[in-house]
Design a protein around this ligand. Structure first.
Ligand code: CA
Length: 271
């Protein structure tokens, strides 16, 4: 019981709460719940939640405010529950640092699929606090002369950015970026495949932890969620939209890593 860690359900509708509790505890989580927002923040903090399901409409403070407060001390995997007609809210949720969302009413099957995706995720690096793990300063990419395969390297570097897969931290110019899990996973995937193009469908599966599968359903709003995550990443990276250092849009397809800066300069000089 509870070997997967702690899940917290924040939901004022008793039926939905019971359903969520049942599915999560069946999956192997130790489950706690709260029927209001402030209490929810407290429970997440007290029990060091790994996973949180968060209703948008709560009696005291709304789900976005709960999320904002949770994000100040926790990198738990947060799934927002939104109403069918709350599409703009969904975007707000993802902008505020949610990892995923489920629209209500949802089928238990759908919920189980999302829970399965959570289970494929690595455990949070710490239960207490968002204190960034110490990470090595980024070195010039030309200095990395190790012959090891890229896939096995702990630190992935690109144009002055260093992503440490073990500590799950990203450092740019000596600053550790406060990334959510989804943002980290997307950036890691783009770095991992080098300059190859990742389709939005590929990236949806990365966010869900299903990157080894090609048969799962991906909807348009799933793809839009990836667009929002990438937008958040760009903002945190302070990307220049005219000349991005890391994330390039491949129109109508997806995203890829910007080529290394040395090559870009050469290309520019040849012009
Ligand atoms: Ca509600």
């Amino acid at each position: 019981m509870g070997d997967l860690g702690v899940a917290v359900v924040v939901e004022d509708d008793a039926d939905v709460r019971n359903l969520l509790e049942a599915v999560l505890s069946q999956a192997g989580f130790e489950v706690y719940s709260a029927a209001a927002g402030r209490k929810g923040v407290e429970v997440v903090r007290d029990h060091g939640a790994n996973v949180v399901t968060l209703d948008v409409g709560l009696p005291d403070i709304d789900g976005y405010e709960v999320l904002r407060q949770i994000r100040q001390f926790s990198d738990a995997y947060v799934v927002m529950l939104t109403g069918r007609t709350e599409e703009p809210d969904l975007l707000t949720a993802l902008h505020s640092g949610a990892d995923d969302y489920i629209t209500k009413p949802f089928r238990p099957l759908e919920l189980r699929a999302r829970v399965a995706a959570m289970l494929r995720r690595p455990r949070p690096r710490s239960l207490q606090g968002r204190t960034p793990a110490p990470a090595p300063a980024p070195a010039p990419s030309s200095a990395s002369s190790s012959g090891g395969g890229l896939a096995e390297e702990t630190v992935l570097r690109h144009n002055g950015l260093a992503l440490n897969r073990k500590t799950r931290s990203v450092v740019v110019h000596g600053d550790t970026l406060p990334l959510t899990r989804s943002e980290f996973d997307l950036l890691q995937e783009l770095l991992r495949v080098g300059g190859a193009v990742c389709t939005k469908t590929d990236l949806v599966r990365v966010v869900r932890g299903e990157e080894d599968r090609d048969d799962t359903y991906v909807s348009e709003s799933d793809e839009r969620a990836v667009e929002v995550h990438i937008g958040n990443l760009r903002r945190k990276l302070h990307e220049d939209p005219q000349s991005p250092r890391w994330l390039q849009t491949v129109r109508g397809v997806g995203y890829r890593l910007t080529p290394v800066e040395r090559e870009r300069q050469e290309v520019q000089e040849q012009r």
